[in-house]
Design a protein around this ligand. Sequence first.
Ligand code: C2E
Ligand code: MG
Ligand code: MG
Length: 348
Amino acid sequence: MIFLDTVAGMPYAQMPLNDQLERTGAYLLESISGPFEIAGVPITVEAAVGVAHTGLPGMDSLDALMVAADTAMYAAKRDRTRVEVWSPAIASTASADLGLQTELRGAIADGQLVVHYQPLVDARTREIVSLEALVRWEHPRRGLLPPGAFVPQAESSDIIHLLTERVLADAVAQAARWHHGGWTVPVAVNLAAPVLTSDRIVHTIRRLLADSGLPPYALIVEITESAVMTRPEQSAARLQAIRDLGVRIAMDDFGTGYTSLALLSRLPLDELKLDRTFVMRVHEPHERVIVEAVTRMAGQLGLTSVAEGVEDEQTALTLAGIGVDLLQGYHFSRPVPAGELTPALART
Ligand code: C2E
Ligand code: MG
Ligand code: MG
């Protein structure tokens, strides 16, 4: 039972219906958000609420209501608004997403996804230490699309598994070609949250390594804080299974999510990638303090520290001075097709 008497000075019952529903949704979310302590680790819950009601057009059956509420919930997740009440506009965005998903499924089968590689360099020697694999879609009409234009839509369906398997297969095959050619450069692949909810990813990685002959230490997987926070215990176990194969694990975009520091020390991690938003502002005294603290913490936890989004020499020098291990950013190279890197690797 929810009691909402007055909200912002206005009696709840006098508010417009949509406002009432949004307030109720927000109240529910707040009630379940935590933090709850599980095995000594404070866990916060991220959820989304979709609402449909019989006053809306076309809501003349229980099925119609359920579909509309589900569609609204996906919109709330996607747009990070947390609560959405169904409307015809939401339905049309959902059908646009559905169209893109159908097209993407075909594109993966047709080999329209390509992988570009961006170097991570040693902060002191500037030598290439590893590469990050970043997916692009060579769209027949729209040109080369960045991952932001299709990965989020893939994440809300099973297409994310197909996409991840495609990128992993390409990246492992490319790393194996470099390895067999005498350049062993570890390649990092990004894993989205839904991929960590099934054992399929562990089997895929094991099979790809066995088939290609790539040594496991030449593969890194990158996960984000939110990917782990979805189901921390389950994700930690799955990451451990991946790490047991000999693959290394990097925490991506660190500092933008809600990871508790306790969780950080419990996850099987090798690398900590400090998000670009901190790196960009490292010249401001307060931001510098954060970068220094995270770098020191990474070192003490035995993790390699990485700064993402290094765009100029001054930033690179500052970060090297702070003691960050690896640097990644446009200052060294944009993500490029594998062919453009082969001569660079040959020189190192
Ligand atoms: P990310 O994993 O944090 O990757 C780094 C992003 O920062 C890349 O954007 C890269 O091009 C960009 N970047 C690198 N250096 C600089 C710089 O100096 N300045 C600026 N402004 N940006 C820089 P991109 O390629 O657009 O990828 C965006 C995100 O999409 C990635 O962020 C990652 O979360 C996701 N993504 C990319 N490929 C995949 C994939 O194969 N699977 C999944 N699940 N996600 C992917
Ligand atoms: Mg990444
Ligand atoms: Mg990142």
